[in-house]
Design a binder for this molecule. Structure first.
Ligand code: PNS
Length: 162
């Protein structure tokens, strides 16, 4: 089937865990649109929207069927505007489940034709999150096993240290 999947998220910043999902989703679906949530009043991002877009564009280059864009408003409206009926989310641990379950259920309430497909994060990335990357970078720790090499400089520049 010729399916366009949307992989939505904050990507503040993108991690190796996100890249793992992107790579695996690119093999399952005809097209994958990585959809970066725009800045809002409810979430405070370390990286501005343009920077998150620029960083993702760098790391999806090896995947010809993956594109990146930002979106505002409801995810289901964005998915409909792209003619997509599949949302992809990565699941790390049981702790992710409640939040993901609520989000998938709400999206289903809003748009019954749209399915959320969960992919288990590869075991080596179970501990990884954008928040933990920011914490390590802020404390000047080694981020080399956490984000794609193309993003080292961008992430370090955001947390220049003392
Ligand atoms: O990476 P994140 O922060 O877990 O991604 C969350 C995201 C951006 C997918 C979610 O907040 C979202 O879909 N925001 C758009 C607004 C929306 O549609 N809300 C209703 C669904 S709960």
């Amino acid at each position: 089937m010729d399916i366009t999947a949307i992989y939505p998220g904050s990507f503040d910043p993108a991690t190796l865990g996100h890249l793992d999902i992107i790579e695996r989703a690119s093999k399952l679906f005809a097209r994958v649109v990585v959809a970066i949530s725009e800045s809002s009043n409810t979430k405070r991002f370390a990286f501005p929207e343009e920077k998150r877009l620029e960083m993702l564009e760098k790391i999806v280059k090896p995947f010809p069927n993956v594109s990146v864009t930002t979106f505002g408003g409801l995810l289901t409206s964005f998915a409909r505007s792209r003619g997509s009926a599949v949302l992809v989310r990565g699941l790390r641990a049981i702790s992710d489940f409640e939040y993901e379950f609520q989000m998938a259920s709400m999206n289903r309430y809003l748009a019954q034709e749209i399915e959320t497909v969960f992919m288990m994060t590869s075991p080596k990335y179970h501990y990884l999150s954008s928040s933990i990357v920011k914490e390590i970078a802020r404390l000047q720790g080694d981020i080399s096993g956490l984000v794609p090499p193309e993003l080292f400089e961008d992430v370090r520049a955001c947390f220049p240290g003392p």
